[in-house]
Design a protein around this ligand. Structure first.
Ligand code: FAD
Ligand code: NAP
Length: 344
């Protein structure tokens, strides 16, 4: 199979921060069958790989001097297993469209995850989550190409080691496994998850909303709070919510009794947005980048002036200033959520 590799491809429209960057080599991957040849092409030229889905959770610091693989493997299949639905999805399918498709087939479980940008194949990378539901609640398997074993492999959900916005693909398998398909198990009976106050409020006290109502409510809250990357480039939350120990929580609560916190293992999860808000970052603009006025966790890159080389470093500089401030005021270390690529 001849590889359709392009050269010097503009990636600005392929990342939701609209950062200017070009890929030295670029290949759109529509089937797993091209991967052996694509990886041989990269190995022969000693090219580093950049795997791209929807580009909504990464920061491109500059041109990519290697091979960028845009994962566009299609496919949606739903099988009735009696008790539940077994669903297989090509890694290139759009996540939000997948959520709509499952609801149209009365397959339940993804309602709270509506309107998350990106592809199905990227969903396991950080175990996407929103409004009390995460991918781990329904993921069964991940199929892909192991760069080390040089063959296709299927990993069980347990092997993916999913955690809070975390998985094995951010650690032992970081950059070593190209996901081409995911397998989900979805319910036939709808069971709403209404643990988040904002969602309960949006449903105005309906104790038994149906799946379409929950999906609509989540969509409407998100649309009212989150900037649309096409008009205000962003990568969603720039920081993870920090998880701290019970001792650190007790010390912080003694100083800030009103600090919101949620149980997480033996410790607690703090809403990073609250920490940023307390430090006065919400709505601040510094040059061409800033902190969104309605959601402090979302850093934005303004369309005016148009982004040029160095915009990613402006964003990362802002993130560093925020991290330093939060560390000085609360003694809490924030971690970036998106992955940074390129040396700048
Ligand atoms: P990309 O940004 O293209 O890639 C992200 C990482 O995954 C990169 O390291 C990339 O190399 C790797 N990757 C991508 N595809 C593959 C593959 N097939 N095989 C191997 N590695 C791969 N996230 C949430 O969890 N919850 C939310 O509610 C949420 N809301 C968001 C709202 C907005 C407005 C935005 C912009 C982002 C939001 N995100 C959220 C973050 C992001 O949408 C998700 O993390 C999403 O899963 C990223 O998908 P993507 O296809 O864009 O991945
Ligand atoms: P929110 O509802 O205002 O809540 C603020 C924070 O408190 C969230 O970070 C959430 O943690 C936590 N929280 C609220 N109620 C909780 C509960 N009952 N149990 C445990 N934790 C609780 O949050 P938001 O900013 O509008 O976002 C809504 C949802 O969309 C959140 O789940 C958020 O993670 C998700 N989201 C994610 C991204 C991203 O890029 N990762 C971007 C936008 C929205 P969690 O974040 O752990 O849920």
């Amino acid at each position: 199979m001849a590889l359709n590799v392009f050269e010097h491809v503009d990636l600005q429209a392929l990342n939701t921060l609209a950062l200017p960057a070009r890929a030295r080599y670029f290949l759109r991957v529509e089937t797993a069958a091209v991967l052996p040849e694509a990886l041989a092409f990269a190995a022969q030229r000693q090219l580093p790989l950049l795997v791209l889905g929807g580009g909504s959770n990464l920061i491109l610091r500059g041109d990519w001097q290697g091979l960028a693989l845009l994962i566009a493997v299609p496919g949606k299949q739903l099988d009735d297993t009696g008790e539940s639905w077994s669903v297989r999805i090509g890694a290139g399918e759009n996540w939000h469209e997948l959520v709509q498709w499952t609801l149209a087939h009365a397959a339940y479980g993804l309602e709270n995850l509506t309107l998350i940008p990106g592809t199905a194949g990227a969903a396991p990378i950080q175990n996407i989550g929103a409004y009390g539901v995460e991918l781990a609640d329904c993921l069964e398997s991940v199929r892909g190409w192991s760069i080390d074993a040089q063959c296709e492999q299927t990993l069980s959900a347990a092997q993916c080691q999913l955690g809070y916005r975390d998985s094995i693909f951010k650690h032992a398998l970081a950059g070593r496994f190209i996901i081409t398909e995911i397998g989900l198990r979805l319910r036939k009976q709808f069971a709403p998850v209404l643990t988040y106050p904002a969602l309960r409020e949006a449903l105005q006290g309906k104790s038994k909303p149906d799946a379409a109502q929950v999906e609509r409510a989540v969509r409407s809250i998100r649309q009212s709070k989150l900037p649309d990357p096409t008009t205000l480039p962003n990568a969603g939350s720039f920081f993870k919510n920090p998880v701290i120990s019970a001792t650190q929580l007790a010390n912080l609560l003694a100083l800030h009794p009103q600090m919101p916190h949620f149980a997480a293992g033996d410790g607690a999860k703090l809403p990073a947005a609250w920490l940023l808000d307390q430090c006065g970052w919400k709505g601040r603009r510094i040059g061409a980048v800033g902190v969104h006025e309605q959601q402090a966790l979302v850093l934005v890159s303004y369309l005016e002036p148009p982004a040029q080389a160095g915009r990613a470093d402006e964003l990362l500089g802002l993130a560093e200033a925020i991290k330093d401030d939060v560390a000085a005021r609360f003694g809490v270390t924030l971690e970036l959520e998106p992955t940074v690529y390129g040396a700048g």
